[in-house]
Write a new protein. Structure first.
Length: 253
């Protein structure tokens, strides 16, 4: 590696002298990367490639900066947790290449991660300030092919929304995050498993259990609140089960 000086040479050698990494480092140097951040540049590259040891190190040493950046915008714990989850997806999974691959070593990786989280938090606040539709479930009524369920959706639309929202709120934070990743972000099971460092079959079981919990909780709440007959209760059960994932996606957005 005659073109690379210390500490670039040491950082690349420790990572295994991968030709793709050497090319990445050379491009970063040409773009103004600083030697002081050589090890961080290599770490970010390894994380983007899915290296488990690098991801574990990133989680130990750097990931806390996500919360630091989010708290600069809003210190509410639920808000911070939500932003941290979004940033983790963007940096470690992304749409195509993980965002962390764009780190170029011009400044500390910690600061870069914190700024990324701060920007995402500001965007989330801006989006939340935009007026929403009158009823996030309104289009589900029109799309329901079953006349009986369409009637129930029309009749109990507000109650249906409130029951689902309450059931989602009662879920543990991890389960809400999983449902948001699957049905809002649209991630497949394998990338979600990568985030949680588990097999995709485990993710599938987690999501199925969360959906079952939400469906059962919403069904019980509706039946108790509406004081309906057993026959209508059966229809309510079908109402909750039908397009549950789409309803959840709309409510979690």
């Amino acid at each position: 590696m005659p073109e690379l000086d210390e500490p670039w040479r040491s950082a690349v050698r420790i990572a295994g002298d991968d030709p793709a990494l050497i090319a990445h480092v050379r491009a970063a140097i040409a773009g103004g990367a600083l030697p002081a951040h050589a090890a961080e540049l290599v770490l970010a590259w390894q994380v983007a490639r899915g290296d488990r040891d690098a991801i574990a190190r990133f989680e130990r040493e750097i990931a806390g900066e996500m919360a630091v950046g989010a708290r600069r915008v809003d210190r509410d714990r639920a808000f911070v947790d939500e932003i941290v989850q979004r940033v983790r997806v963007k940096l470690l999974v992304g749409d195509g290449e993980p965002r962390i691959a764009s780190y170029r070593g011009k400044g500390p990786l910690r600061g870069w991660v914190a700024i990324t989280a701060q920007r995402m938090a500001l965007n989330a606040k801006r989006d939340a300030a935009e007026p929403a539709g009158d009823d996030v479930l309104a289009d589900l009524v029109d799309r329901e092919p079953d006349p009986e369920l369409r009637h129930l959706r029309t009749l109990y639309r507000a109650e249906f929304r409130e029951a689902l929202a309450a059931a989602l709120t009662a879920l543990p934070q991890r389960d809400r995050a999983l449902l948001r990743l699957r049905f809002v972000a649209g991630l497949e099971l394998a990338p979600i498993g990568k985030l949680y460092r588990v097999h995709e079959s485990t993710v599938s079981r987690w999501i199925a259990a969360a959906l079952e919990t939400v469906g059962q909780s919403a069904r019980k709440a509706l039946i108790a609140r509406l004081a309906i007959t057993a026959t209508t209760a059966d229809s309510v059960a079908r109402l909750v089960a039908s397009q549950l994932d789409l309803s959840i996606a709309r409510l979690l957005q």
